[in-house]
Design a protein. Structure first.
Length: 82
């Protein structure tokens, strides 16, 4: 994962692209504060944690996707739960 400063710079660069929108006051299905990166022509929004810029989920304009990433951990073998 890139350092937070580099991640923030990437979001700023995205905001300069035509048709890409940044919403710094978005919220995911779990109620977490998020930065939304969207492209209205294809009607999707990627949501990232507002503080860490970690990926949270993607929302489609046609329906609300109910999956969300709550935790991510490394394990030593398949089937192991951290």
């Amino acid at each position: 994962m890139p350092p937070p400063g580099l991640q923030a710079a990437a979001f700023e660069a995205l905001s300069k692209l035509p048709r890409i929108r940044l919403d710094h006051d978005d919220v995911d299905v779990a109620g977490r504060s998020a930065v939304g990166v969207s492209c209205p022509e294809v009607d999707w929004t990627f949501l990232f944690d507002r503080r860490t810029y970690d990926y949270l989920w993607v929302r489609s304009g046609w329906y609300w996707e109910t999956r969300t990433l709550q935790d991510l951990r490394a394990v030593d073998r398949i089937g192991q739960y951290a």
